[in-house]
Design a protein around this ligand. Structure first.
Ligand code: SF4
Ligand code: SF4
Ligand code: FES
Length: 457
């Protein structure tokens, strides 16, 4: 590791590693500098020229994304000179940019919009009719739409397919006004991580077909959560919105940076898993196909527990929160019941890859292992209590606690999904991570822990 040295930025001294990138220091210290093409996962490309700073001793401004820190450097990130340079570069970036903000999905989280407000605010020297026109909705594949007019040619998307997925579907063709992003001839954007280019794009050129025109971003509320798509435990944001009188709805999952787990990215399957989470929910208790009230369901469950008390098996889904699994174990102990969590159903070798996706499709499997829960199929029992395990089990009687509707005999009680509850999960590498509660339903569905309290009364 290289030595730590002192440099000065805007009259303040910083200790930093000799030879490290100046832009990383500016980002870390939240020193405002505009940039499009640099991204910590992709490195420097030096094409947008927005990240200019003044370095004492250098005649001209330099780009921070390609400047390596040396001892004694004195940097200025603000001031009339450097701000004029940024305004001029921004004007160039905007020459052919369409006036789309009112209908653009990126509005509200667009770097170009923010920089224009901060460094631009200039009147355009050319009229709207003189702007060079390109295609406005190109379906690139994998749920990604491209508006070539909005593109600032930062090459983040093309570098993602070159350096991260190594699938090389995207490139920039043409020169000057005619330069544009496109797919390679005869190819579509097609890899399991393709939708990350939407997050990488600093403007509204790449949008998600799934999210386009669904919501204005300023109406969304965001919580921190963990994807339940596999045992990797990628960190996500859940963006949701509750429109007056209607139910709270999730509109998208986005990757949340965690260098120990998923870096900057998530897979498309995990990103889109919010749909299954909301669809086909079990919302009322059911007895042999007929709807019953929650109170009737709890009474029936108590009756079955009393009737079969000699031979009960409790089955646990390995996607439940640790707090729920521990509460179920305590309840099972009081019932003197056997406990298991059959594991084969979670194994999916076709899902695994070398990047993030794991063949183990259970988000909290590590906790099942840590608590020494039997992972074999249950023996014959006269009563099975199934806490959302994906398999159906045969027994004289079955009580299911389920998030989603499925054809199951016996008694089924609805339970809150992970987005409607908070708790922790331990991923396959042993990191214990917390999920916040995102969704507040008009008629809340009880959590497993609430059901257990009622069953004990
Ligand atoms: S589409 Fe977006 S990410 Fe790709 S080059 Fe254009 S602005 Fe950059
Ligand atoms: S790799 Fe697994 S945890 Fe990560 S986003 Fe995909 S499904 Fe979710
Ligand atoms: S971020 Fe430095 S040139 Fe684009």
């Amino acid at each position: 590791m290289s030595e730590m040295i002192d440099i000065i930025v805007d009259s303040q001294s910083y200790k930093v590693q000799n030879g490290s990138l100046l832009i990383d220091l500016l980002i870390k210290e939240k020193i405002k500098v505009p940039y499009f093409c640099y991204h910590e996962s992709l490195g420097a490309d030096g094409n947008c020229r927005m990240c200019m700073v003044e370095i004492e001793g250098q005649k001209r401004p330099q780009i921070a994304c390609d400047t390596f820190i040396k001892p004694g450097m004195i940097i200025r990130s603000k001031g009339e000179n450097i701000e004029k340079v940024r305004t001029d570069i921004l004007e160039l970036e905007l020459i052919n940019h369409p006036v789309d903000c009112p209908i653009c999905d990126q509005a509200g989280e667009c770097s170009l919009q923010e920089f224009y407000m901060e460094y631009g605010l200039h009147d355009s020297k050319i009229s709207i009719s003189e702007k060079v026109k390109h295609s406005k909705h190109l379906d690139l594949g994998s749920n990604v739409m491209l508006d070539q007019e909005r593109c600032v040619l930062c090459a983040r998307c093309t570098r993602f397919t070159d350096k991260i997925t190594y699938t090389h579907e995207l490139g920039i063709i043409g020169r000057g006004d005619e330069a544009k992003v496109t797919t390679m001839p005869g190819r579509k954007l097609d890899n399991p991580y393709a939708m990350n280019v939407v997050d990488l794009c600093p403007v509204g050129a790449l949008t998600s077909k799934d999210f386009r025109f669904a919501q204005r971003v300023w109406f969304l509320q965001t919580v921190d959560s963990i994807c339940h798509g596999c045992a990797k435990g990628c960190n996500i944001y859940i963006d949701h919105n509750k429109i007056k009188y209607q139910d709270d709805v999730i509109y998208r999952f986005r990757p949340r940076r965690n260098d120990n787990v998923n870096g900057f990215f998530i897979c498309d399957a995990g990103r889109l898993s919010y749909k299954q989470l909301q669809e086909n929910r079990l919302e009322s208790a059911i007895l042999n196909g007929e709807k019953i009230t929650q109170m009737q369901a709890i009474a029936k469950a108590k009756e079955l527990l009393a009737k079969h008390k000699e031979n009960i098996t409790v089955v646990i889904d390995a996607n439940l929160y640790t707090e729920e699994i521990e509460a179920i174990l305590a309840f099972a102990k009081e019932l003197n019941a056997k406990v298991c969590s059959p594991k084969e159903v979670y194994r999916d070798e076709s899902f695994k890859d070398d990047m993030l996706r794991s063949s183990n499709r259970a988000a909290n499997y590590k906790t099942i292992e840590r608590l020494n829960i039997d992972t074999k199929e249950p023996d014959s029992s006269s009563l099975i209590l199934n806490f959302n395990h994906p398999q159906d089990f045969e027994a004289t009687s079955v009580i299911n606690f389920l998030t989603h509707n499925r054809l199951s005999l016996g008694l089924s009680l609805p339970i809150a999904a992970y987005s409607e509850n908070e708790g922790t999960l331990t991923n396959e590498d042993g990191f214990t991570q917390k999920c916040e509660k995102a969704i507040f339903k008009n008629v809340p569905i009880p959590t497993i822990i609430e059901h257990l309290i009622r069953l004990r009364r």
